[in-house]
Structure formats: C-alpha cells, structure tokens
Write a protein that binds this ligand. Structure first.
Ligand code: DOR
Length: 424
C-alpha cells in the first residue's frame, strides 16, 4: 500500500497534461493513474499536480543574519510557496566562499523543509580579485557559483573563472552591475529619479556587464547564467546571444515583471531592490523574454531584511524584497502565459540550471523522486505580511489580491504543506 495518494488532480509536467491520481511510497512516485489508494489521501480536486518548484536565487541569511531569516524559516517560506528546492546565495557573513562554510550550510539544510542547495562565491570574500577554491566546493555538490550582491568587475578575473568553471563542469551565475556606473544609486536612473532627486542606477550598469559576459562566454565556450535581468536591453542581448549559439541562460525575478520604478515615489524602502525596479518598457521586455524563452526561469531573489534595517530612510535601507511565498501567484496573476508555461519557468527549467533536474522538475511518473507541488490555479487570496512564514516582513505586495495558491507541497515523499499549512 502506498503512503500517500494525491487524488483527483490535473497532472502537468514536461511531458504534457492528464487527469490522474499520484501514489507515493517512501521517497518516490510509484504509480500515476485512475483510482489509486493509499494510507493517506491528499485531495487535489480542482488543483494542478506539478513537479516541485525550484528557486535558483534565495537569500537564506544563514550564517550571520539569523534575525532576518534562517535556513529553516526560509525553507518553510519556500515550501509554502510551492518550492521543493532552493539554491542559497553566498552573500552571508561569513560568505560562502570555502568548503567549510558550504559544509555548514548543507548540514543545516538537512533538517529543512525543502531540499537546500547552496551556491558559492566565485571570488574570495566576493571581493572580485582572487578565485575562490571552486574545485573543493564543486566536490561538495555546489553547481552554481556567483558573487551575487556584486558582479565580478574585472573581465580578466571573469575569464579565468569561466575557464576554471568549464573544467569543473559547473556554471557561473552573474549579478550584472558595473560598480563605477551604479555608484551610490538608489533606484533606476531616469525621469523618476530626477523627479524624486535620488541618485540613479542606469540600465547600462547592467547591460554593459551582460554584453561583456556574452563576449566572454563566446570566447571561452563556458556557460554564463544571468541573474535577475531587469532591462529590456539585457533581455534583447541574451535573446540574440542564444540565437547565435552562445552558451547563456537567464532568470528574471517576480518583482521585475510586476513592479516599476514609479513605486519608489512614496520613498518606501520596501521598494528598494538591486537591480532596481525599472520602467514600464523594461517590465514589458522582461515579460516578452519569459514568453519567448529568452529567459529560462523565474527566480525570487528572496531577500529578507529585518524591520529595523528596512525602516531606515530610503538611501540607508538595504536593497531586497521577500519573494518565496508570492512568486507563483504573481506569475499566475501577472503573466499572460498558460499554467504549463508558468510551471516550466518555476520548475524544470530552473532545476536544469541548478544541475538538479533528476531530483526536481522531473516528470510525474513512477520512479521519479516525490517532489511535487499541488496548487489551485484559480483561487484568490490577499497578501498579509503578518501571515508569512519568513522571519522578515519586507514584501512589496502587502494588500495585493493574487490568483493561484499552493495547497500541498511534497518533498522527498513527505507532505510538508497540507491545505496551505506547513506541517513543521
Ligand atoms: O536587492 C538585493 N538584495 N539585491 C542583491 O543583489 C542582494 C540582495 C540581498 O542580499 O539583500
């Protein structure tokens, strides 16, 4: 007898869609079909049963800033958002730039509610000068390397890192930002920054590094993954590069396809983020990139900050927004895409970038690992920051009514979310 049967849902995965029950035993899916039974039944009436979502860009804040988030609290937010795996970012304190910190993060992740993977820094201390011991960290299973929070400024360092990464079979992910152009910018540079009297971050601060790294990917043959693309120009360059066969991939965050620079007009630091919210045309460019495949994946850039930190004046507050618990519903609400296309952007495509596609995002079929998300695609709900599982409250979507809600999340055969409630 199976342990769990997910009953009466519409299964959607990379192979297509069909009405079917899904039976799970131990860590795996054991049967998909009609009239299945098990010890425990999870109702999926009116719901979609999909491969679990994968967030390739999550700030879990541990080690170092555990009052903003911990690996445990972040993983609870993740499973409530339908994620069965996350990839932690390395801008912790200390940074994740050597094997000992990687080991610590992975050890803490073992008790988490979802599968916790970690990225690691490209350079020592994320300082951009010397390459981090990537081989040792790759041996521990790290697949994505990034100095996220900062871009690698020196093209020679980036070239060396790409050659090193290609030899190791890992992927470099770039936070594209030329520091000498962004300086102390607080928001997008343009009409709004002039009107509000705030120093701006021009689109070119991102686009020049995208352009440079496309050239370096072409030169070295090594893959570059572009993180949180925010401008229509960046998306257009990535599209052209892909068409020319350059090995690049890209992600976009939910906030970059749902919010514009105009939100900053009230000087509320909850709308401060890096890269900054951009123009209406940029939002259109990002949406187009998601629709035509130029952008592979939706990522959250979930960036928790304590109320004390975020309640500072705009220019002193840290950049970043929560994302894990709202990303799926924002995609359903704001994107003109089918549910199957949205699942692809949240599940198997990011899983492939993270190098975990056999564990997450696999078709719902006997033998696949039971990492499954069950969601109601039509129900509506209103975002209440007090109800979030994250330790932080810095969501820019407070009070917004969204369509689509995660109902159950199953990680390695364990129902960690049932009827919208985390089970531990
Ligand atoms: O807004 C951001 N917040 N952008 C980043 O690149 C870093 C992140 C953070 O760590 O808070």
């Amino acid at each position: 007898m199976a342990d769990i049967v997910v009953k009466g849902g519409r299964v959607i995965d990379a192979t297509g869609e069909r009405m079917a029950d899904v039976a799970i035993e131990g860590n795996n899916i054991v049967a998909v079909g009609e009239g299945l039974t098990a010890l425990r039944v999870l109702d999926a009436g009116g719901c979609v049963v999909a491969p679990g979502f994968v967030d390739i860009h999550t700030h879990l804040r541990e080690p170092g800033t555990e009052d903003a988030e911990t690996i445990e609290s972040g993983s609870r937010a993740a499973v409530l958002g339908g994620y069965t795996a996350v990839v932690a970012m390395p801008n912790t304190t200390p940074p994740i730039d050597d094997a000992s910190v990687v080991r610590d993060v992975l050890a803490l992740g073992r008790d988490a509610l979802c599968d916790v993977h970690t990225s690691a820094a490209i350079t020592v201390g994320r300082a951009g000068d010397r390459l981090a011991p990537m081989a040792e960290m790759a041996e521990l299973g790290v697949h994505l390397f990034t100095d996220d929070g900062d871009g690698v400024q020196d093209p020679g360092v980036m070239r060396n890192a790409l050659e090193y990464a290609a030899g190791l079979g890992v992927t470099l992910a770039q936070h594209c930002e030329v520091d000498s152009l962004s300086l102390d910018g607080q928001m997008n540079e343009g009409e709004w920054s002039s009107r509000l009297g705030m120093p701006g971050i021009p689109a070119e601060a991102e686009e020049l590094m995208v352009m440079r790294d496309i050239a370096l990917a072409r030169m070295t043959g090594a893959r570059v993954h572009f993180q949180h693309l925010s401008t229509a120009g960046s998306v257009a360059m990535v599209r052209a590069a892909r068409q020319a066969g350059v090995p690049v991939s890209a992600e976009a965050t939910t906030h970059h396809f749902t919010l514009t620079e105009a939100e900053v007009a009230g000087y509320d630091p909850v709308f401060k983020v890096n890269p900054p919210l951009r123009t209406v045309a940029d939002v259109g460019g990002v949406k187009l990139g998601l629709a035509d495949g130029s952008i592979d994946a939706i990522a959250t850039d979930h960036a928790p900050h304590t109320a004390d930190a975020k309640n500072l004046p705009f220019d002193q507050a840290p950049p970043g927004m929560l994302g894990l618990e709202t990303a799926f519903a924002l995609a359903v609400t704001e994107l003109d895409l089918s549910i199957a296309e949205i699942i692809a952007l949240l599940s198997w495509r990011p899983a492939a970038i993270a190098g975990i596609a056999t564990e997450h995002g696999a078709p719902i079929a006997p033998g696949s690992p039971a990492n499954v998300t069950i969601f109601d695609p039509v129900t509506t709900w209103t975002v209440d920051p007090r109800e979030l599982a994250s330790l932080s409250r810095n969501t820019p979507y407070a009070g917004r009514t969204l369509t689509g809600r995660v109902r159950h999340t199953i990680v390695a055969g364990e129902a960690v979310v049932i009827d919208g409630d985390a089970q531990r």
